[in-house]
Design a protein around this ligand. Sequence first.
Ligand SMILES: Nc1ncnc2c1ncn2[C@@H]1O[C@H](COP(=O)(O)OP(=O)(O)OP(=O)(O)O)[C@@H](O)[C@H]1O
Ligand SMILES: [Mg+2]
Length: 216
Amino acid sequence: MSQPLLEANNISHSFDTLLFSEVNFSLNPSQSIAIIGRSGSGKSTLMHIFSTFIKPKCGVVKLFNKELYTQDDESIELLRRYDIGIIFQFHYLFKGMTAMQNVEVATMLSGGDIKESLLEKLEIKELMHQKISELSGGEQQRISIARVLSKSPRIIFADEPTGNLDNDTAKLVMDVLLDYIEETGAGLLLVTHDETMAKLCSQIYKLEGNTLINQS
Ligand SMILES: Nc1ncnc2c1ncn2[C@@H]1O[C@H](COP(=O)(O)OP(=O)(O)OP(=O)(O)O)[C@@H](O)[C@H]1O
Ligand SMILES: [Mg+2]
């Protein structure tokens, strides 16, 4: 069997109070996993732990078979630049630049290229010359997805990527993400409130009562 892209063992984390403990998780090539749970249950925090941004209070995270939080800052920066793609719950685009310039920044840093077919599938090809400040929330969300996929990441972390979208556009975005992992062997970790979107993934976990429970 192939090695997991991401493996986490016995993860616990708290801010003022305990969020979760003894979380075990793994993500394999071409696998899609959804994490659902109530607002405030710690979904985004867990995703930040898996994706290099928060060191957990306890436990070990391995990315690409290498322990993550014992690596130096430079190695972690390289993982962020080349290997993982993060679609944040609140997307961070450069507002004064055009959509195309925003995608170009990512590909310039990572050496990827922008595929016209991707822009067409996301229905944003005609918007690429517009400034971010002139685009709707859902259009901006799809630009940030194009930006992440253009880096050709080995894992996509997507925090509510369909939060601002109507059902049809949300389904279109999910199809793009699932096609990408099937074609490239990347993994997808999706955090969502939307059970319809979660059901499109190969597994569903629920964060509830301070633990992560496999629902599938
Ligand atoms: N940096 C932080 N410092 C202190 N508390 C934090 C921090 N980040 C998150 N929290 C708290 O941890 C809890 C979980 O937050 P988190 O963002 O992980 O929830 P979530 O499940 O993603 O919620 P939502 O569905 O609303 O996005 C919340 O109560 C939040 O206030
Ligand atoms: Mg969240």
